[in-house]
Design a protein around this ligand. Structure first.
Ligand SMILES: Nc1ncnc2c1ncn2[C@@H]1O[C@H](COP(=O)(O)O)[C@@H](OP(=O)(O)O)[C@H]1O
Ligand SMILES: [Mg+2]
Ligand SMILES: [Mg+2]
Ligand SMILES: [Mg+2]
Length: 353
């Protein structure tokens, strides 16, 4: 079995980080800031990035990290920085053996900023590079919807390990299609799932806990006899994927079931466990480059669960080009047997052929 230690550390690091994000999720003031590109970031994003990088650096000190966030705002905003430190310093798994594997608490508030900035790798085609999205779906997180803590290990451009923690997804695979998964999530009963995959070894899920890792189950995409029986998973934010084009593709494929809408890589997780079948992320803007941390873990999870993940041209996502997927446009993920038909429909709708 390859990458056993990497998977375990990544799962525990993500699980620990969700203890922090869940706290912030329930706070009224989440420390929201607008970044240069106008997108939001919160105490939860910064704190989770610090905790996860600490765990990676402790276990794999020579690895590089491409993390979404950086500390420059916090170096100016000392009040926000202290609030984050107050959260980070107290977070630990309530299983001491598991917590010890992550290298213990962060040394200081100052060190926390430097640790956040270890996520500044440019990425690229060589070596071991972790792609980290400390909160994916920050807009969902702020709205009370779905979000995910995502970590992938890329080795020489290829995703080898993918881990995604979804604190607001139902534990039971079977209920997740019918549950109110996009709505308000104040009730955490029966929610919280940790997904993982290692290349060549399939995909698994287990309930998120506040201690050690819970027992896992294998997951797989569900068999879909033909595209008309498929269910789409798509984003909530109209600014992140083209919902009109998505609907036109669904129509071409004969799909009548309503789409399941949810923020974050919870979409990859949902189709990987058979709660939905096809994830489309059709571009809104020609010039937008998808970020590797938004897709690395989900790409592997879906492929290991029996799916295919490509861009709108049918090309595999290329994680070897730096911090963005500069060689790809959009994302199309579907059961492997249906992928060609879905790509065909996408290309007709987008006038690519
Ligand atoms: N114009 C755009 N097109 C596609 N993705 C975008 C986008 N602007 C922002 N995003 C990305 O969309 C992600 C959320 O995806 P979704 O809509 O599926 O929940 C964001 O991740 P973060 O929330 O980590 O910043 C952000 O990186
Ligand atoms: Mg963001
Ligand atoms: Mg993201
Ligand atoms: Mg994010």
């Amino acid at each position: 079995m390859g990458y056993e230690k990497e998977r375990r550390i990544a799962e525990l690091a993500v699980q620990r980080a969700t203890l922090l994000t869940k706290k912030v999720f329930h706070e009224k003031a989440k420390g929201e800031l607008a970044k240069d590109d106008k997108s939001p970031v919160t105490k939860g994003d910064f704190g989770a990035q610090a905790l996860i990088i600490q765990a990676i650096a402790h276990n794999f000190p020579n690895d590089e990290i491409v993390g979404e966030e950086e500390s420059s705002e916090l170096r100016q905003d000392t009040a926000l920085r202290s609030e984050i430190w107050d959260l980070v310093k107290d977070i630990k798994l309530n299983d001491s053996a598991s917590d010890a594997l992550l290298g213990g608490p962060l040394p200081s508030e100052e060190a926390m900023l430097d640790i956040i900035d270890k996520g500044n790798s440019p990425g690229g085609p060589k070596g071991r590079i972790w792609a980290l999205d400390p909160i994916d779906g920050t807009k969902g997180f702020l709205r009370g919807g779905q979000y995910a803590v995502c970590l992938g290990l890329i080795v020489d451009g290829d995703v080898k390990v993918g881990v995604i923690g979804c604190p607001n997804l139902p534990v039971d695979d079977a209920t997740s299609l019918s549950a109110d998964i996009g709505g308000n999530q104040s009730d955490e009963e029966g929610k919280g799932v940790l997904f993982s995959a290692v290349q060549g070894e399939g995909a698994i899920s287990r309930p998120l806990t506040s201690g050690g890792l819970a027992p896992s189950n294998p997951i797989s995409m569900r068999p879909v006899p033909d595209t008309s029986k498929a269910v789409f998973c798509e984003g909530v934010e109209a600014g992140h994927s083209n919902q009109g084009d998505n609907a036109a593709v669904a129509k071409r494929l004969g799909i009548t079931a309503p789409s399941v809408r949810l923020d974050s890589q919870a979409k990859y997780c949902s189709i990987a466990r058979g709660a939905g079948d096809i994830y489309l992320r059709l571009p809104v803007r020609k010039d937008y480059q998808e970020k590797i941390w938004d897709h690395a873990a989900g790409d592997l999870l879906v492929r290991e669960a029996g799916g295919q993940v490509t861009d709108i041209y049918g090309k595999r996502l290329d994680f070897s080009k730096g911090r963005t997927l500069i060689e790809n446009k959009g994302v199309v993920a579907a059961p492997a047997a249906l992928q060609d038909q879905v790509i065909e429909a996408v290309q007709v709708v987008l006038n690519l052929k």
